[in-house]
Design a protein around this ligand. Structure first.
Ligand code: ADP
Length: 326
């Protein structure tokens, strides 16, 4: 009597797998067409899958003649208009960035109905993966990453760019365990008198945990770039505790708590992890009203950075590769 049921289950599974959208298998090789600076074009061998995003899929790629490895970000050429716009912004802004702590954009081309972005390869996943795996970082490690991310923010803001989607999942780690900001899909060039409604619309598609309260409120303008400093405050809290401060089961509740700055540091008794007064104060200075938030130069002069030990790059490299014993 069990057989028919099994048959039905198997049939249902087959139907489900057929309905699921499977991305087409990647080509073994990708050919970059001829261009002014590459008159003979180029060939990349496609390697292992790195990850999937909202509209892109990333593979490792190797440029055949030099054996240099990159991340190939592949996007279908015909996307719905909204996604197309996100992608165009990403391309325009990301291609103008050049900083040690920003994923380097190398080139973009079309091949076989897809657009390919050739990006610096970050082989060690995202900051979010690492923080989750290690259940929070030490203060010395948080100092190291905060300085790197703050430097990248200073650079972006200096160029008139607001990232608007800074979060641990958008910060990748290279082979030396350095932080590299990626995904410029929601970034914007600062234009004075710009329509806040547009920002609200696009930003509300982002991740609620990291959104600054003034984005949610009408009529507050003039400190737009400070939304990145708010997100940095959330990132620092999350690096220390492994959770964003306003984490809740509903988005409305996250927004309410963010507006009221309703957050608590975990109890040292339960977590066995001491968090210094300086670290807490640094986060508090960033989670304030937009016009009160410190700019990058002020941030790195905070006592949190001068009071304690700062690991060198080589040390971070050894420290963070290994998962500490439970
Ligand atoms: P989307 O813009 O669609 O959200 P992402 O830029 O987040 O796509 O990329 C999707 C996934 O691909 C990421 O979560 C990450 O795992 C991987 N990835 C993206 N860029 C790189 C990179 N430069 N190096 C290594 N992996 C990357």
């Amino acid at each position: 009597p069990k057989a028919p049921e099994l048959k039905t289950k198997a049939a249902a599974q087959v139907r489900a797998s057929k309905n699921k959208e499977h991305p087409p298998p990647p080509p073994a090789e990708v050919t970059e067409p001829e261009s002014e600076d590459r008159p003979n074009g180029a060939v990349y061998q496609v390697g292992k899958l790195l990850g999937k995003g909202g509209f892109a899929i990333c593979y490792e790629g190797q440029l055949v003649p030099t054996k240099q490895r990159y991340a190939l970000k592949i996007v279908k050429s015909h996307m719905p208009p909204k996604m197309e716009q996100k992608f165009q912004t990403e391309l325009q802004i990301h291609s103008k960035m050049r900083h040690k702590n920003i994923v380097q954009f190398l080139r973009a081309f079309s091949y076989d109905n897809c657009t390919y972005l050739i990006l610096e390869l970050c082989l060690n996943g995202s900051l979010m993966d690492m923080v989750k795996r290690r259940k929070g970082l030490t203060e010395a490690e948080v100092r190291f990453y905060s300085v790197q991310i703050t430097g990248a923010i200073k650079y972006m803001h200096g160029k008139g760019i607001i990232h608007r989607d800074l979060k641990m999942g958008n910060i990748f780690l290279d082979s030396q365990m350095n932080a590299k900001i990626g995904d410029f899909g929601l970034a914007a060039l600062v234009v004075t008198g710009r329509d806040m409604q547009t920002i609200r619309r696009t930003t509300l598609c982002g991740t609620p945990n990291y959104i600054a309260p003034e984005i949610l409120e009408k009529g507050k303008q003039g400190h737009d770039h400070m939304v990145d400093i708010w997100s940095l405050g959330i990132i620092v809290f999350a690096m220390l505790t492994s959770k964003p401060p306003f984490q809740s089961s509903t988005t409305d509740e996250i927004y309410r708590r963010a507006k009221e700055r309703d957050y608590e540091w975990p109890d040292v008794e339960t977590t066995q992890k001491f968090i210094s007064h300086e670290a807490k104060d640094l986060v508090a200075t960033m989670l304030t009203e937009a016009d009160q938030r410190p700019d990058p130069d002020v941030i790195i002069r905070h006592p949190f950075f001068t009071a304690g030990y700062m690991p060198a790059e080589t040390e971070m490299n050894i420290r963070l590769r290994e998962v500490p014993p439970e």
